[in-house]
Write a protein that binds this ligand. Structure first.
Ligand code: ADP
Ligand code: MG
Length: 604
């Protein structure tokens, strides 16, 4: 046995394994290089999800003949001014990207060094460099990458569908564009321009990328403490999504997905948002380079802060301040200072879940009024008053339970409804003890089972819309939904393409009723697709989203029910399979036996 040095091409391939896991990673590296080269205009093109062809063209400072040769060598970089790995001011710094990509593809680089009379190009196939030859490149640099992973079929197998790879490329281009608003971008997928961005201010760029709704419903965030600055836009608590994909974080201009920071966002919104909803936010953290290590992750998606508690703390307080200032502004009646003196920690009115008639997935309204009185007695200690504006039908007004009905129904497993509390929980008396029913969760389950039954019988009751509802979603979301049109139709939801980025909804499942919020529904469905892609279980998830939507239109939490309505719900639950759990596996009711109750009171 003899110890030998690995050949350079193999080393590069190993490095590629770490950094270049999919086409989007290639695009990220190439676009970052363009930004580092001072480009004002960057064009990205891909075909076939990036698998067969990708190119990035910029108008940056370009490379000369010798640079071109060196650029493909490992650890060759022009970006380490002070030989200090801690002080990284460019996006690139490892000198690894080009050789890594070149080792797993067929690459061509053409470049025109600013001020030079000639342009040059070089090709590289599976890591083998060609001679440098003259090129007609007019300015800047154009890098083409063909047949990614052609020599490593094992890696090819890990690529997802063309659509999800293209989606990932789009996502990365958007992230890069958010951090570089002064640069014009164009993304072309299969010869179709899907994203065209003119140079803009940061706010304009964010509105262009996050959607008009975000632009109109976002709060400006700006906070500074010692050497750390956090700025950007964060959505109002009333604006939320079904997944966390609309949260963009940047540390010193780099897009990161850092669990600590994402957790901080969640923490800041806390109870102002239902547990399974996610705020939208684009936040930029700037701090001295030596305060953060971007070297942790080869693809640089994770960072390590020297003082992470400090960063997290600043982020939470910046967001909280904006959220509560906003709520305060909306109500126009609270003395903010008085409030913060009165409440303990956190120094803001704290929403406890039980005081908010929020349902999962429902749009939590911004509290429509606050009231504050100096602490005088217990009754007046309530810091904030929530005034829900749910329409309560006259028939739904609370009525005393009629004894004779109650007695008969006590024989049913879920018993007879005795009362409704906090406008969401039904208390029933059963033969064995008492039952507490979460009316919202229960209803959601009932609708889900009903839809599922109808679907199995291929008889989903749908309701045609007189005039189709046009929903603007943006290109990517619209295409995702249209790709699953058949699946959606089977659930009673018929959609058609309607121009760029919009769809026309032709029919909805009948269970949704007349008041369905179709825009919200389509957004939720697109979130669901975006998050999970096309995999098994899609039908069920569509049904889950639909049943959630159905509940917001009918027995959502926060609605008073009459005794008849409550008992009707209980009887339906008894007749429905799996009604003990809502669609997310949480219980729809709990039962306390008389014996347990007695134990609680030490009577046993
Ligand atoms: P790094 O970005 O870490 O330096 P890369 O392998 O990505 O390493 O690139 C190697 C070098 O090639 C860079 O340091 C830069 O000098 C040069 N380079 C790459 N892309 C471009 C570009 N689009 N314009 C000008 N120079 C570039
Ligand atoms: Mg680079």
């Amino acid at each position: 046995m003899r110890i030998r040095h690995l050949p350079e091409t193999l080393i590069n391939r190993i490095a590629a394994g770490e950094v270049i896991e999919r086409p989007a990673a290639v695009i990220k590296e190439l676009v970052e290089n363009s930004i580092d080269a001072g480009a004002r205009r960057i064009e990205v093109e891909i075909s076939d999800g990036g698998r067969s062809f990708m190119s990035v063209t910029d108008d940056g400072h370009g490379m000369g003949r010798e640079d071109l040769e060196a650029a493909l060598d490992r650890h060759a970089t022009s970006k380490l001014p002070d030989e200090d790995l801690l002080n990284i001011t460019h996006l690139g710094f490892r000198g690894e990207a080009l050789p890594s990509i070149a080792s797993v593809s067929r690459m061509r680089i053409a470049s025109h060094l600013t001020g030079a009379t000639e342009a040059w190009e070089i090709s590289c196939e599976g890591g083998k460099k060609s001679q440098v030859k003259p090129s007609s490149q007019a300015e800047g640099t154009r890098i083409e990458v063909r047949d990614l992973f052609y020599a490593t079929p094992a890696r090819l197998k890990f690529l997802k569908t063309e659509r999800s790879e293209a989606q990932a490329v789009r996502d990365i281009v958007q992230r890069l564009a958010m951090a570089a608003p002064e640069v014009a971008f164009r993304l072309t997928i299969n010869d179709k321009a899907v994203l065209t961005l003119a140079p803009a201010s940061r706010a304009e760029r964010l509105a262009a990328l996050m959607g008009r709704e975000f632009g109109a419903n976002a709060m400006e965030i700006l906070a500074e403490r010692e050497s750390i600055q956090i700025s950007g836009l964060a959505g109002l608590p009333t604006l939320h999504k079904g997944n966390g994909l609309s949260q963009y974080l940047f540390v010193n201009g780099r897009s990161v997905r850092d669990r600590l920071l994402l957790g901080a966002i969640k923490g800041a919104y806390g109870d102002t948002m239902a547990r399974d909803r996610y705020p939208m936010a684009t936040l930029f953290i700037t701090l001295p380079a030596e305060e953060v290590d971007v070297n942790v992750h080869p693809a640089k998606a994770e960072v390590r802060f020297r003082d992470s508690a400090h960063v997290r703390g600043l982020m939470v307080s910046a967001l909280r301040q904006a959220i509560y200032a906003q709520a305060h502004q909306a109500s126009n009646s609270v003395s903010y200072q008085a409030l913060s003196k009165m409440a303990e920690t956190p120094p803001m009115p704290s929403y406890s879940p039980s005081s908010l008639p929020l349902s999962r997935g429902a749009r939590p309204a911004v509290p429509s009024s606050y009231s504050y009185r100096p602490a005088a007695g217990l009754a007046e200690r309530s810091v904030h008053v929530y005034a829900p504006q749910f329409d309560v039908a006259p028939s739904a007004r609370h009525e005393p339970v009629r004894e004779e009905v109650a007695r008969g129904e006590a024989e049913y497993p879920l018993g007879a409804a005795r009362a409704q509390i906090h406008e969401n929980y039904i208390i029933a008396q059963s033969a064995r003890g008492m039952v507490i029913i979460d009316q919202h969760a229960a209803h959601e389950r009932l609708v889900y089972e009903k839809l599922k039954l109808q679907q199995n019988d291929r008889a989903v009751l749908k309701q045609g819309l007189l005039t189709p509802e046009i929903v603007e979603l943006g290109d990517a979301a619209a295409q995702n939904l249209l790709a699953e049109a058949a699946c959606l139709a089977a659930a009673g939801l018929e959609i058609e393409a309607f121009g760029a980025g919009a769809i026309a909804v032709q029919s909805i499942p009948a269970v949704l009723g007349d008041k369905a919020n179709i825009v919200q529904l389509m957004n939720d469905l697109s979130d669901e697709l975006e998050e999970h892609g096309t995999v098994e279980g899609l039908q069920d998830r569509i049904l889950a989203v639909l049943s959630r939507a159905a509940c917001h239109g009918s027995v959502r939490s926060g609605r008073r029910m009459s005794a008849e309505e409550m008992n009707h719900l209980l009887r339906q639950m008894e007749a429905t399979p799996l009604s003990g759990q809502c669609n997310h596996g949480r219980p729809t009711y709990i039962e306390l036996g008389l014996e347990e109750i007695e134990k609680l009171f030490r009577r046993r």
